[in-house]
Ligand binder design. Structure first.
Ligand SMILES: NC(=O)c1ccc[n+]([C@@H]2O[C@H](COP(=O)([O-])OP(=O)(O)OC[C@H]3O[C@@H](n4cnc5c(N)ncnc54)[C@H](O)[C@@H]3O)[C@@H](O)[C@H]2O)c1
Length: 343
């Protein structure tokens, strides 16, 4: 006779425990999962039912970014530096761990290039041991100061290999090289995305990137700082579009590299004007000298991702900015402005 748990006594006196149904879940490692992009990716994967293991050394990321996931049974957080080896059993690896903003990656450039190269090699080693599918988050910075516009994945780039930004740019180029070498040499399933400027909630307030700078300045009543003449262009992608693109690349059949970005171009001056409109119409604009090696134009050609994966960004700049304002206002301890059309 079975008891209320379904366990029964065998005639030899042993209790036979009823097997619990096995829940088949993808075990997904997200390195850098407590950072800006990683925290949104972890949320997406946890919500769709994957078992997510978030690994981070909290250099630029924070526990607060994933605090809403900490009680979930399908989420684990591990403090670990990817420059050190890691032993886990996983089915997929999203490798994001690496500081992404110039202030952070220039803070300790040798550590940045170690994170890019050794960190990526360690995670590829883990993928090789577990036969996990591996996705590298590369960057539009592999194109350097591009001589082709817009940039397709076939463009080899124009990078200054001894400049201040090269710890990041060359680090990512070496990480891409390693990733494809692991595919060629070990037949590993790899995926590569080249991410273009992305913004949204959970960006570090002090990361010096233009969108977070402008939004924080507008919210706190400071002038918006434009470096250079404001005519350099960038394209800005809202973080939910990026997450959707990354997941499609990981789950899809193609290796890439894929450009994942929003091709709509804005000059810095136009961006400042949209931020004024959405956040604080009274904000002033000031101009300062530009930094070294700042690319003058950057715009993705996303036809490859569109054709192969049916992916394209959906969130327009005004909408995306209004979605990130309340998170920034909360963290800055100021009142969020009323965004037109939102409660
Ligand atoms: N956000 C963008 O616009 C953008 C653009 C291009 C590429 N990317 C790439 O996407 C990834 C995520 O970027 P993000 O914007 O979320 O940056 P982020 O700085 O917010 O996140 C990076 C995360 O990696 C962690 N990390 C850094 N070094 C580590 C190490 N050695 N070991 C373990 N964890 C480490 C940080 O603590 C942080 O949580 C990065 O690889 C970045 O190069 C981002």
């Amino acid at each position: 006779m079975a008891d209320s748990n379904g366990n029964s006594k065998h005639e030899n006196g042993e209790t036979k425990i009823k097997a619990k149904p096995r829940i088949e879940r993808n075990r997904v490692l997200v390195t850098g999962g407590a950072g800006f992009v990683g925290s949104h990716l972890c949320t997406y994967l946890v919500e769709r039912g994957d078992h997510v293991i978030c690994v981070d050394n909290f250099f630029t990321g924070s526990k607060e970014n994933v605090a809403h996931l900490l009680g979930k049974t399908n989420f684990e957080l591990i403090r670990h530096d990817v420059v050190e080896k890691l032993l886990l059993e996983v089915d997929q690896i999203y490798h994001l761990a690496c500081p992404a903003s110039p202030v952070h990656y220039k803070y300790n450039p040798i550590k940045t290039i170690k994170t890019s190269f050794i960190g990526t090699m360690n995670m590829l080693g883990l993928a090789k041991r577990t036969r996990a599918r591996f996705l590298l988050t590369s960057t539009s910075e592999v194109y350097g100061d591009p001589l082709e516009h817009p940039q397709t994945e076939g463009y080899w780039g124009n990078v200054n290999c001894i400049g201040e930004r090269s710890c990041y740019d060359e680090g990512k180029r070496a990480a891409e090289c390693l990733t494809f070498d692991y595919q060629r040499e070990h037949n590993l399933e790899v995926r590569v995305v080249r991410i273009f400027n992305t913004y949204g909630p959970h960006m570090a307030l002090d990361d010096g990137r233009v969108v977070s700078n402008f939004v924080a300045q507008a919210l706190t009543g400071q002038p918006l700082t434009i470096y250079g003449d404001g005519q350099q262009t960038r394209s800005f992608q809202y973080v939910s579009d990026l997450v959707e693109g990354m997941v499609r690349v990981m789950d899809g059949p193609y290796t890439g590299p894929f450009n994942i970005g929003n091709p709509t171009e804005f000059t810095m001056l136009e961006l400042a004007q949209v931020v004024k409109e959405v956040v604080n119409p009274d904000a002033q604009i000031v101009y300062k000298e530009n930094t070294a090696d700042d690319p003058s134009r950057r715009k993705p050609d996303i036809s490859k991702a569109k054709k192969a994966l049916g992916w394209e960004p959906k969130v327009a700049l005004r909408e995306g900015l209004s979605r990130m304002v309340s998170d920034f206002a909360k963290r800055l301890g100021v009142e969020a402005p009323k965004v037109p059309g939102r409660a």
